[in-house]
Design a protein around this ligand. Structure first.
Ligand code: 2AM
Ligand code: CA
Length: 259
C-alpha cells in the first residue's frame, strides 16, 4: 500500500510545524472573501505554501490538491494529497480556537491516510487504512450510542448556501427535539474527528468539499464508524458531497430518518 511508503512520523512533525502559523493574528486579519460566507486569510495561504513546498520536494510523484489553489490538473486515478490548510477559517478570523489542518492521501480516489491537527489543543487525529485511528498515539473508536435520546449530534449549517437555511433548520429542529442536544463547531474536519473519538455520536452537513471531509472520512471509518451520503450510501471522494457520519447505528438513523 502506498501509505506504507510515507514517512508518517515526519509527516506528523511537518503538520505540527505548519500549525504554528495559526498563531499569526496579523495574518489571520488579512481576509479575502471568495463567496458568501466563504473566506481565506494569509494564514490559509501560508500553511498551504509551507506544506506544498515540503510535500512536493519529498514526494514529487504525489499530486497536490488544496483548497486555496487551482486544481484542474489533478488526476484522481493517481496518488493525491488533499489539503485544507485551515478548516474553520471563520473561526480562525474570530480567534475562536476551533480550526485545524486537514491532510489526506488518496490512492485511486480512495483515502489511505488522514490527519486532522488542531493546533489550539495540540490534538492530532490520525488514521491509516487498515491500521486504525489514533489521537496523539492512543487508539480511538466511535461511540456506542444506539439511539437519538442518548446522542449528541453536530450539525453543519452550510453557511455559504444561505438559501438552504429553511430546509436545513427544519431538519435541525426535528433532530434537536429527538436527540440529547446539537452542536455546531464550524469545522467539518474537527466534527469528523470528534465522531471518530466518540465525543459526539453523529454529524452531517450538506455540500462539503473534498478537502473538508477526505481526512475525517478515514478517521471515522478506521474508528469503526460509517460515513454515508444523504441517500444512505457509502460516501465517496467526489469533489462535493453531502456527508453523514457517526457510529454505524447513528449514521444510518440520521440518513434514513432525518435527512
Ligand atoms: P473552511 O473553513 O475551510 O472554509 C463549515 O460549515 C464548514 O464548511 C467548514 O469546514 C468550512 O471549511 C466549510 N466550507 C466553507 N465554505 C465552503 C464552501 N463554499 N463549500 C464547501 N464547504 C465550505
Ligand atoms: Ca479551508
Amino acid at each position: 500500500m502506498e501509505a506504507a511508503k510515507i514517512n508518517v512520523r515526519e509527516l506528523q512533525e511537518l503538520i505540527l510545524q505548519a500549525g504554528e502559523l495559526f498563531q499569526d493574528r496579523k495574518a489571520a486579519g488579512h481576509i479575502k472573501t471568495k463567496g458568501a460566507a466563504d473566506y481565506v486569510t494569509e494564514v490559509d495561504y501560508a500553511v498551504q505554501q509551507y506544506l506544498r513546498v515540503r510535500l512536493e520536494t519529498q514526494y514529487p510523484h504525489i499530486q497536490f490538491l488544496s483548497e486555496e489553489k487551482a486544481n484542474q490538473e489533478i488526476d484522481k486515478s493517481g496518488l493525491v494529497w488533499v489539503l485544507d490548510p485551515v478548516d474553520g477559517t471563520t473561526n480562525l478570523i474570530h480567534d475562536y480556537h476551533a480550526s485545524c489542518i486537514s491532510l489526506a492521501l488518496m490512492d485511486s480516489a480512495d483515502v489511505v491516510l488522514g490527519i486532522v491537527y488542531n493546533p489550539y489543543s495540540q490534538e492530532r487525529f490520525m488514521a491509516q487504512k487498515g491500521v486504525g485511528c489514533y489521537l496523539n498515539g492512543e487508539r480511538i473508536t466511535v461511540s456506542s450510542a444506539a439511539n437519538m435520546e442518548e446522542s449528541l449530534i453536530a450539525i453543519g449549517t452550510s453557511p455559504y448556501y444561505k438559501e438552504m437555511a429553511e430546509e436545513n433548520f427544519t431538519i435541525f429542529k426535528h433532530l434537536f427535539l429527538d436527540c440529547q442536544d446539537i452542536r455546531r463547531s464550524g469545522s467539518a474536519a474537527l466534527d469528523l474527528a470528534y465522531v471518530a473519538s466518540g465525543r459526539i455520536d453523529g454529524y452531517f452537513e450538506h455540500s462539503l468539499k473534498i478537502w473538508d471531509f477526505a481526512a475525517g472520512m478515514l478517521l471515522v471509518r478506521e474508528a469503526g464508524g460509517s460515513v454515508l451520503d444523504y441517500k444512505g450510501e457509502q460516501a465517496d471522494t467526489r469533489m462535493v458531497n453531502h456527508i453523514v457520519a457517526g457510529n454505524s447505528a447513528i449514521a444510518r438513523l440520521l440518513a434514513e430518518k432525518y435527512l
